[in-house]
Design a protein around this ligand. Structure first.
Ligand code: GTP
Length: 598
């Protein structure tokens, strides 16, 4: 299609407002998939995403559409991940589009992420078309949704297309709005090539499939391309568009969205946000906005059974093929043996990786307390970046520390503010600000340490607001912090896997939590076990597991040798799932219990 007949757009929405359902409906309407093999939530291909209802990897799909004016259009729907952990990927997807559909649930109205998403779209200079969804619900209030779209978002509420993605009612009007209201792309197919990478996926047969938006020039088969940030060259084997399946084309011209296969081995060899140019006739500059995806949450992963280490290594390697933002390196712990120190984009990313390792690869794992990355400034002028408690330097040498902060936006019905405010203050929140976007609702803006957010903030928020609070955050940089390393000792031996870096104010409650959880989960032995929380040599919390005298075999009165042996075998099998610290066996569930907050 020529540029005038091309539209590139994304759908953005607060979670559960129906983004994926609407996308499915649009795909179906354009006849790209037959009714028969139509699957719900076409774009969420990973089973995990479908279960969680979160789109993790963005993709694109090209929809042929004959508009009411009789003209043929090529509509490129670019899917965006729906969670803050993946906000950089969202930003690159949006940079590939000219416009967005902003979905608002007619029964919920505007929510925190609706606003956050709108701001992001406006930052990219995108045309925004509001869509009111779920008009089939009895609780739908379309006039109120229109009012909120006008008053709170500053868009034209009367222009919003009101639909039910579920029943399909009025959905064709959305496609007409895309053609009528969104601008056509610009760009010159004869100019030097600039194509923006907004996603990449691993295909076991073809290597990495790279998703691009061609901004200038033309991308064609046989061309030698150059990654302007990555610095590598490849030969293009195939270009084309996605219509659920890959459809090969001769070329992709300025304004088009599609895929490139060029013998790139792993997803890690590409960077989302990088610019592809022609190696022989390169563009003068890469496209703006490139940023390396940086992990912000760290944790070590160990197999429960030490023999599973090679399997864990293998599984991580496989995951990494498709997930460039997952980073890991070998790690070892006295208590847990060999494992890997991993970096994640956020807590959700960590959970997704953990779940995939356990479910797809059948591994049973122990994860250490998630940590953020701290800046540590020493008296001698050196600066360290530390996320692993094992590398925390001698406190005597430390001048001061800094920790990362986020600015959180919490939207909730007014009645919950009395419960949310103390929670924020307890989690060391600063600069609280209240906003009343409409009657009955409050928007609280607060700066929080990222470490507190990843501990249990979100769970607690959901509890105190009974699920009505929505939460969104962005990183705002580092602030000074009073940091200590908390160690946990079992009979005087430090359990390195349980050490954590915490704010000094939180050291005692976290220490108490840990020693009590361990007390409840470490089985009694024939001797007394002292469990202590310590900062350096100072003990700040302790608990005791009392001795247990009875011999297991004493249950079997008399001389039934085979029963005795069975019992001892059973005891031995149980021990396999335990980690020995000194002479104290610690079960997997003890490690997990320490991680869980109450
Ligand atoms: P993520 O992709 O997880 O960010 O969420 P989403 O915004 O895509 O929401 P999704 O499409 O998964 O829809 C969320 C829920 O709303 C699902 O249970 C849908 O079946 C339901 N839903 C979507 N559209 C409609 C609608 O028009 N009417 C009704 N009644 N339910 C809808």
């Amino acid at each position: 299609a020529d540029k005038a007949h091309t539209r590139n757009f994304s759908i953005i929405a607060h979670i559960d407002h129906g983004k994926s359902t609407l996308a499915d409906r649009l795909i179906q309407l354009c006849g790209v998939v037959s009714e028969r093999d139509f699957q719900d939530q076409m774009l969420d291909s990973l089973y995990l995403e479908r279960e969680r209802g979160i789109t993790i990897k963005s993709q694109a799909i090209t929809l042929p559409y004959t508009a009411a004016d009789g003209e043929e259009y090529e509509l490129n729907l670019i899917d965006t991940p729906g969670h803050v952990d993946f906000s950089y990927e969202v930003s690159r997807a949006l940079a590939s589009a000219e416009g967005v559909l902003l979905v608002v649930d007619a029964s919920q109205g505007v929510e925190a992420q609706t606003l956050a998403n709108l701001y992001m779209a406006l930052e990219h200079d995108l045309e925004v078309v509001p869509v009111i969804n779920k008009i089939d619900l009895i609780s739908a209030d379309v006039p109120e949704a229109r009012r909120q779209i006008s008053d709170e978002l500053g868009l034209d509420g009367d222009e919003a297309v009101a639909v039910s993605a579920k029943t399909g009612e009025n959905v064709p009007a959305v496609l007409e709005a895309v053609v009528r209201l969104l601008p056509a792309p610009t760009g010159d197919p004869a100019a030097p090539l600039q194509a923006l990478i907004f996603d990449a996926q691993y295909d076991p047969y073809r290597g990495t499939v790279i998703f691009v938006r061609v901004m200038q020039g033309t991308l064609r088969q046989g061309q030698t391309i150059h990654f302007m940030h990555g610095g590598t060259d490849y030969r293009v084997e195939e270009v084309g568009v996605m219509q659920v399946k890959r459809i090969a084309k001769k070329e992709l011209r300025a304004g088009q969205v599609g895929y490139v296969v060029a013998g790139v081995k792993t997803v890690a060899d590409t960077n989302i946000g990088d610019t592809i140019t022609d190696a022989e006739r390169p563009a003068a500059e890469p496209l703006p906005g490139f940023r390396e995806a940086k992990p912000v949450v760290f944790s070590s992963i160990y197999p429960v059974a030490t023999d599973d280490y090679p399997d864990l290594a293998d599984a991580l390697e496989k995951l990494k093929l498709n997930d460039a933002s997952l980073i890991y390196q070998k790690d070892s712990s006295q208590a847990l043996g060999f494992g890997f120190r991993c970096g994640f984009l956020g807590l959700l990313h960590l959970e997704v990786v953990q779940e995939r390792l356990e479910r797809e690869f059948g591994l049973s794992l122990i994860l250490t307390t998630p940590s953020v990355r701290y800046n540590i400034f020493l008296h001698d002028g050196t600066q360290l970046e530390i996320e692993n408690p094992a590398y925390y330097p001698d406190p005597a040498g430390i001048d001061y520390c800094e920790e990362p902060f986020v600015r959180a936006s919490i939207l909730m019905p007014e009645r919950y503010i009395g419960a949310v405010m103390p929670l924020c203050l307890d989690r060391r929140g600063e600069n609280t600000n209240l906003n009343y976007p409409n009657p009955g609702r409050v928007e609280l803006s607060v700066d929080l340490p990222l470490a507190e957010v990843i501990y249990d903030f979100y769970d607690k928020l959901k509890t105190v607001t009974q699920g009505y609070g929505s939460f969104d955050y962005e990183m705002i940089g580092y602030r000074r912090s009073d940091l200590v390393r908390l160690d946990i000792l079992v009979n005087g031996e430090k359990v390195d896997a349980l050490s954590m870096l915490v704010h000094s104010e939180k050291a005692r409650p976290r220490a108490l939590h840990a020693v009590n959880k361990l007390k409840d989960t470490i089985p009694r032995q024939q001797f007394k076990i002292a469990i202590q929380g310590a900062i350096g040599s100072k003990i700040i919390a302790r608990s005791t597991v009392n001795a247990y005298r009875k011999d297991v075999t004493s249950k079997c009165y008399g001389g039934d040798v085979s029963r005795k042996r069975k019992l001892l075998e059973k005891q031995k099998a149980g021990k396999k799932r335990m980690k020995l610290v000194g002479n104290v066996p610690i079960p997997q569930k003890a490690f997990l219990a320490v991680l869980q907050s109450d």
